[in-house]
Design a protein around this ligand. Sequence first.
Ligand code: ZN
Length: 131
Amino acid sequence: MPPEPSPAQPPAADFHCLRCGRAGAPRLARPPLPGAAGREVQAGICADCWGEWGRAEVMVINELRLNFMDPASQEILNRQMREFLHLPAAAPPPGSPAAPAVPAGPEGSGSPPAGPGAPGGTGGASGDGSH
Ligand SMILES: [Zn+2]
């Protein structure tokens, strides 16, 4: 049975960084960004990986000539950050599981059960159906 994601913060011992995959990696003391994105980063990314992004961010800004005053540039930077940190492209809506439930069909025998009455070739219907 797969473990269900709990809304509560897992203890530090069970923390696995989404990016480096280390168990018990140092966590961020507080959300590094405002809003839901900051909570997402704090919940899934270790302090070391966030520090790496801090350096990569500067290169991305210089390389793509991003302007903080431009909303489109912020969107690009946000996407680059998520890619860098191995975060999912869009935050899942709260309260709903991200993974869809796959219904498990019954894996029975390959052949259907044969009925007791074998289909006969002769038609016993009385009366004419012709028109
Ligand atoms: Zn990490």
